[in-house]
Ligand binder design. Sequence first.
Ligand code: BDP
Length: 754
Amino acid sequence: MQSVAIFPVIIYFWSGKRKSMDVFSVLWCRVTKRKYFLVFLAILAFTAHLYSFQVKAENGYRLWLRYDLIENPVLRNKYASAVRYIVFPQTTETCKVAFSELEQGLSGLLGFTVPLSDKVHKNGAILAGTISSDPEIARNVSVQTAESLGKEGYLIRTGEVNGKKCILIAANSETGVLYGVFHFLRLLQTHQDISALNIFSAPALQLRVLNHWDNPDRRVERGYAGFSLWDWHRLPGYIDQRYIDYARANASIGINGTVLNNVNANSIFLTSLYLLKVKALADVFRPYGIRVFLSVRFSAPVELGGLSTADPLDHQVKEWWKQKADEIYRLIPDFGGFLVKANSEGQPGPQDYGRTHADGANMLADVLAPYGGVVMWRAFVYDNRSANDRAKQAYIEFKPLDGTFRKNVLVQVKNGPIDFQPREPFHPLFGAMPNTSLMMEFQITQEYLGQGTHLVYLGPLFEEVLSSETYACGKGSSVADILEGKCGNQSLTGIAGVANTGTDINWCGHPFAQANWYAYGRFAWNPRITAEAVAEEWLRMTFSNRDEFVEPVKKMMITSREAVVDYMTPLGLHHIMGYSHHYGPAPWIKDAPRYDWTSVYYHRADSIGLGFDRSPNGSNAVSQYLSPLREEFADPDRCPEKFLLWFHHVPWNKKLASGRTLWEELCLHYCRGVDSVQQMLNTWDSVGKYIDHERFTSVKMLLDIQFREAVWWRDACLLYFQTFSQQPLPSFCPPPEHSLEYYENLRFFYVPGN
Ligand code: BDP
């Protein structure tokens, strides 16, 4: 704002009345006709300055949809001559929002409003619409291409209509056109060549949903970006602009569903009062191709319906759910369906009545089926009454149910067998249930990966899991193949991501956490995309197209995931964080209501070595993977080192591939992790000149916090494990700042998301 002060000074000097700073008397007393003009110019400059100040203020609200003027005039002109006018009949709400996005995007990027026309009459049109509704488009798209686009795919193609060159954005549905519009804008935002386009894109998975772990009081379980976006108290009357911008952001990356409330569900969402609020949100999201879903509490018939049971085979219970489904669909005809966490961590479920997960899921599926709704039934279950390794329990409960679920049920499986750790092997259910529709559950919010303060780009995690070899239908069958239904008889396909959004001005808390929302959507659309490609797109749209910025920061993003694994849980360690709030290191946790809520349960450190023996000599969790993976995991010499301590209890002095002992290697990873964060800080410092001060400073402060916390993780963990290894720290590790006792005595209250 200091620069604003320059204007009175300019006017003062211009006026020649150097003894007074009274701008108004200057203006009224001394102006001549010529000077009127100069005053006008000054005011204009002042306004323009204020405006430019405003657009340069980057609080992150605009996410990756910034549409700022393309600075390079040559490129801008090139684009401008390719898009001289838009032909886009706006027959539906979705077409209207697609057109408005296109118009808004182009005018921001190109600096002028691209006019609308009702037909192609000269070169340079963007012709957008559905194939069936526009004969010009239909003539340009073969029946075969149209078929392969499916319901949501689109094409963007340079073509000719009436002998005039134009860019076609076409799809079978309006939502497809909307996705195409966002893709087209992305091309411009990332400065791609648009002179000869031939893009064909269709989503690999049908359901691409966000799971909000949002409670009715607006607190978000494991949320680190403020309160819930949903203002239940003011709904349905008050429609916050955020709802619309949320829908735009999701549509821009192809997300087509949102589960509004926490999996630890409150029955209140099924009351008539709340269903009206849900309907209001559904109405906002509909034009953007987004359907709403609800997490439901299995015991709702007891809590809301006054029944004495929620037994899924009970006639009255079925009838209660049927009535509820009727009520929901009367209000929201395109309601997506239910997400259910049952018989897990204390939630009610069919097993309370001696029934199976399939009994519960199928009962709900039957009431939703007439309306086209689905049930997403979670496989995140474990039971401490069972002596079995927690990593094995979902498989034990679900595999025998393969083939028994209704066609409109998806079993939602977390990416790994424990719980969204910085690194886990893929969940063995992928490949074990060929006759069930399995969907993936990723966690976008960083519960175990630095929460609100660590820069951890999740693209590499998504890529690693999705490309994991499963052998489900021979060599070369990845988790992505299973999700896409290529290895079995899936009737539905899908993916869910636990959202990281909240009321923070920049939506996600950490400016780089936006990249994880973005990456989730891009991987959901195309599970074979690379983390690097996604990071590059996001950086160009969110920050800058300058290679001097993009290249180093992209590298920083890619390494950030390995960094967090190194300074938190290297070599296959897992679940050694603070109790309940999951903040910070706490490998010493040994007293908890359940053994499998302690850290010692998972790392098993003793005087001999470290790690959980899941080989055939131990819990034999390896047997849940298909051959030859199971043999590979079972053999400590062939098991990938990144999973070594996940599957094996390894002697401290065992030599690893590097020639270093386990203890030395462990130290190396912890110290390397901290060094990587230092590197990230150096990188960030070096690119500050290319971006706005606001976001630069905010990321810098967060990286400083991350560095201190990485040191804390390293020192606390190494000091703790040293009490078992009884070996000195290698010379490459700096001496810890504090004693082990100091770290053990740290207490944290009010950690967000807890
Ligand atoms: C764990 C979270 C817990 C969730 C649970 C789940 O700590 O808050 O309720 O997962 O997925 O990661 O149900």
